[in-house]
Design a protein around this ligand. Structure first.
Ligand SMILES: Nc1ncnc2c1ncn2[C@@H]1O[C@H](COP(=O)(O)OP(=O)(O)OP(=O)(O)O)[C@@H](O)[C@H]1O
Length: 272
């Protein structure tokens, strides 16, 4: 399924796409969930993936950091073919930050502890350096005053910001977000989207699966609409969301846009 890499699997290619997905297929048993996905994300780009439930969006993201093994096709991150069986999976994961719907924080550790331990385990950083970085990234997501708080003492939005900080602390080249606001009460969505918007403005490369059409419309450079395991269309949000070319995109948007529009107002207020 993979080509022989021209360079060692861990040598990034200058000028390479941040993410390049080619003819990606994924089966679960006989169920073909991804049916030949092709697209790329350039350095500094924000690409939002939208589409109906069950269309394969999460599976796609999970294939990009090898939480799922693609059945065939290639995925390159910064020019490194991560689907190469020879590749060091830990090295791959270090270059890709992932934020899920569920925050998955250790309940017995503080915000600082959660962000510190991830670096110590994954990057084997010393405590002092890991804590220094943890303070910086927690400050960056607006939680400087919550370093000593345990997850149970934080709102869902604050917990998700700790999860974002934990991913940022690894110094990733790319951040993947899988519906990061879906588990949040509506009034907390804006804070998390606000942090994501700031990251986008700072030039972070981001691939975001989201139902938040306001975020896709206002922050994404490109929107990818997936349905039934294929990319139906992609382009700037002004085209895909405002003026879709395909009937399937129009049908999906007509179902989601009204309720999403109601949430946009709330999200936008906190979204700075
Ligand atoms: N581990 C798995 N084993 C078997 N089938 C799976 C597995 N993970 C996902 N699927 C199936 O793959 C299909 C796509 O699921 P996926 O979660 O990728 O869709 P999605 O577009 O992210 O949906 P949603 O918007 O509801 O999260 C679904 O039919 C799902 O049941």
């Amino acid at each position: 399924m993979s080509e022989t890499p021209e360079q060692g699997p861990d040598v990034p290619e200058a000028g390479a796409s941040a993410i390049e997905i080619r003819d990606l297929h994924k089966y679960f048993g006989r169920n073909e969930v991804l049916r030949g996905i092709d697209f790329h994300v350039e350095p500094g780009e924000v690409v939002c993936v939208i589409g109906p439930s069950g269309s394969g969006k999460s599976t796609l993201l999970r294939c990009v950091n090898l939480l799922e093994e693609p059945t065939s096709g290639t995925v390159r991150v910064a020019g490194v073919e991560i689907t190469d069986p020879e590749v060091d999976i830990d090295a791959v994961r270090r270059r890709i930050g992932m934020v899920f719907q569920a925050f998955n924080l250790f309940p017995h550790l503080t915000a600082l502890g959660n962000v510190t331990i991830a670096q110590r385990k994954v990057l084997r950083r010393g405590r002092a350096e890991a804590e220094r970085t943890a303070r910086q990234v927690l400050e960056r997501v607006g939680l400087a005053d919550k370093l000593a708080s345990y997850p149970a003492q934080l709102s869902g939005g604050q917990q998700q910001r700790v999860a974002i900080a934990r991913a940022l602390a690894m110094g990733p080249r790319v951040m993947l977000f899988d519906e990061p606001t879906s588990a949040l009460d509506p009034e907390l969505v804006g804070d998390v989207l606000g942090v994501m918007r700031e990251l986008a403005e700072e030039g972070m490369t981001m691939l975001v699966v989201t139902h938040e059409m306001s975020f896709a419309r206002e922050v994404a450079d490109r929107v990818v609409f997936m349905d039934d395991g294929v990319v139906v269309e992609e382009g700037p949000p002004g085209q895909v969301i405002a003026d879709p070319r395909h009937e399937r995109t129009r049908t999906f948007l007509s179902r989601v846009l009204d309720p999403a529009a109601a949430r946009v107002g709330e999200a936008g207020e906190g979204g700075g």
